[in-house]
Write a protein that binds this ligand. Structure first.
Ligand code: HEM
Length: 607
């Protein structure tokens, strides 16, 4: 052998040693997880990943590998582990571990990535505590009138759409557009106290822009190299430019909204005793700001301060605050800058409207495919609403007349109010158990957020309590008794920087958790008997544990009220079939064939 060959071999050997040393914790983990099988699995997994990677992303590729390997699957990628989890026991351990709270670098691809949703460590803890009260029970109850009023407007808009089509056929995309606009209107009204009238029209295309940004965000999440601007532009200039345009539009939309609220907030305050506070908020808003319009906002306040007649900001600590007021309050306390207010708002408006509208569309699709369940639901809604007492009706009509004077209600609706124009109140929702079952089953089968990914912030030991079914396909009657569920314990040591991908979509469709009808739309899965039998983490559409969705109850109320408005008035039918649906697993679940799906919508009057 020549000297050169010797040198090359030595360098290669050293390189291998170095890589092996850097990966030592990963190999230990793999050994601990599955013994020698885990080690042998690695080259096979790498091969399968390479085969499946094009045109898929790494998550889809790992998911495909899962078909051949027992869960959880761990694959060494560089010096990190990617741990794929789709069993409730491991999910519970991960979601309740304080070391698994942070999002990963992949989620930096999300366009609104500076709010609570992406906050890390201490910052997340503080922000979550600060924002929790804005989703309190009392605050949510105060939103019911808005949910009803916008739901009513949506119903009206759908009637008008039907009048324009002789065949009563509405494309999935047209219905999704209407529902998205209504949900965005609700979101702006409730979190920002800002009227947009998007349900009627969205001339600037804000809703569409948000949806486009979600698609681009999904792309940048699954292809993280696109998060580097220069590479993104080089690889796909058209999408890059589109994303810049869209970003600019929604940034302006949110900044204008915040600025208007800030002006109003400032104008509302009358007392000079709060002058100190005002000085604080101006100071805070002037600090660290990097977004267009920020200086204007702060300047507006400073200008006001210079005039002796200018109103001053007031602090009403006792009053329950909606989201935007809470942000202003925090800014006043010196805990938020204007840029942070914009970031939090952008993130909240985005997540709230996109997830809810996707969920409503999924429920409608399930009901249109399974009309027998739709009829049963309509009967329940009708029964409950027809029982609403005359007194309640009178009260509600008075309330609606008041609202009509303010903003949302069409006067004709108030005078002709029948049972289905009545505002749905909390008490009505509590009398609709079948509606609960339908929504839960849709969120199980077509879960809105199909995958959660977390980063492990330090080496940890997870104590996994498994609930295993003794047979892979449990008998329904046995499941009802909950007798064939046994508990086991396992300890898993996980190295720092492991990426844990939790596949909620697959777990919620797995026969070992849900029995023989796991892949079917079967609302009885949520009858009381079933609930006892399954693992408590087998159903987590809003995630669970420490970092569970802050807006879960908010979403459920909007979902319920909107569905009541739609199902009580319209019959939905479609030729689409659940078995043939293909999914695009982005940030939220999307249908590959959405363009080809049509709803046949018939108005169905009160009997
Ligand atoms: C059907 C509708 C919704 C679904 C299915 C849903 C689902 C989820 C899931 C799965 C997570 C956890 C993500 C993770 O751990 O990576 C989450 C977090 C979050 N959701 Fe929702 N969500 C919905 C509606 C909403 C609404 C309406 C809001 C706000 C009004 C909201 C605000 C948030 C926020 C801020 C977080 C981050 C919480 C934190 O990190 O502390 N979501 N959501």
């Amino acid at each position: 052998m020549s000297m050169l060959t010797n040198h090359i071999l030595t360098v290669c050997a050293l390189l291998c040693l170095f890589i092996f040393y850097a990966q030592r914790k990963c190999w230990l983990f793999v050994w601990q997880l599955k013994g020698w099988r885990g080690v042998i699995e690695q080259p096979i997994l790498w091969l399968l990943l390479v085969v499946n990677l094009e045109p898929n992303d790494i998550m889809v590729a790992v998911k495909r590998c899962r078909k051949y390997f027992k869960s959880p699957v761990a694959v060494i990628v560089g010096t990190r582990i990617l741990l794929y989890v789709d069993d409730p026991g491991t999910m519970e351990a991960v979601l309740t571990a304080p070391e698994c709270l942070n999002k990963t670098f992949l989620q930096n691809g999300f366009f609104a990535n500076k709010g609570l949703l992406h906050a890390k460590d201490e910052k997340w803890k503080i922000r979550r505590k600060q924002l929790n009260p804005t989703f309190s029970h009392q605050t949510l109850l105060s939103f019911f009138n808005t949910f009803n009023a916008v739901g009513q407007e949506m119903q009206q808009q759908l009637s008008e759409m039907l009048l324009q089509t002789e065949t009563h056929r509405i494309s999935f995309e047209a219905l999704e557009d209407l529902i998205s606009r209504a949900v965005l209107e609700v979101s702006c009204l409730t979190t920002m106290d800002t009227s947009t009238h998007f349900t009627r029209s969205d001339t600037e295309g804000i809703t569409r822009t948000y949806r486009t940004l979600m698609e681009i965000s999904a792309l940048r999440t699954i292809k993280p190299w696109l998060q580097i601007d220069i590479i993104f532009r080089w690889l796909n200039e058209k999408i890059y430019e589109k994303s810049r345009r869209c970003n600019k539009l929604v940034e302006k939309f949110v900044t204008d909204m915040v600025q208007r609220k800030l002006d109003e907030w400032y104008a509302k305050s009358q007392t000079s005793s709060t002058r100190e506070t005002k000085i604080n908020i101006v100071k805070v808003l002037k600090k660290n700001d990097s977004i267009d319009g920020i200086d204007n906002a702060a300047d507006a306040l400073t200008d006001g301060m210079n005039s002796s007649s200018a109103p001053l900001v007031s602090v009403d600590v006792e009053h329950k605050r909606i989201f935007i007021d809470q942000l202003f309050h925090l800014a006043e306390m010196g805990e938020l800058t204007f840029a942070e207010i914009i970031n939090e708002t952008q993130s909240m408006v985005m997540v709230s409207f996109e997830t809810i509208s996707t969920s409503i569309m999924n429920v409608l699709l399930c009901l249109a495919i399974n009309r027998e369940y739709q009829n049963e639901l309509r009967n329940e809604i009708r029964q409950v609403l027809s029982k609403v007492s005359a007194q309640q009706r009178q009260q509600q009509q008075q309330q609606q007349k008041h609202q009509q004077r303010t903003k949302h209600i069409n006067p004709a609706d108030v005078d002709n109010a029948d049972d289905f124009h009545l505002s749905v109140v909390m008490e009505n929702l509590q009398q609709m158990p079948y509606l609960d079952m339908i929504i839960n089953e849709s969120l199980r089968l077509l879960t809105t957020v199909p995958m959660n990914i977390r980063n492990v912030s330090k080496d940890i030991q997870l104590h996994i309590i498994e609930q295993k079914q003794q047979q892979r396909k449990p008998d329904i009657d046995k499941l009802r008794d909950g007798q064939d569920v046994i508990k086991g314990k396992r300890i898993l040591w996980i190295p720092k920087n492991t990426l844990i991908a939790m596949d909620t979509f697959s777990m919620q469709r797995d026969q070992s958790n849900w029995g023989p009808y796991a892949q079917r739309f079967y609302p009885k899965h949520f009858s009381k008997d079933y609930q006892h039998a399954r693992h408590t983490f087998a159903y987590i559409p809003f995630s669970k544990g420490l970092r569970t969705c802050i807006g879960s109850r908010y979403s459920i109320y909007v979902l319920k009220i909107f569905l009541i408005k739609l199902i009580s008035r319209f019959d939905f039918d479609t030729s689409a079939c659940l078995d043939n649906l293909e999914f695009v697993e982005g940030i939220s679940l999307k249908l590959r064939q959405a363009k080809n799906i049509e709803f046949h919508v018939q108005p169905c009057m009160q009997q």
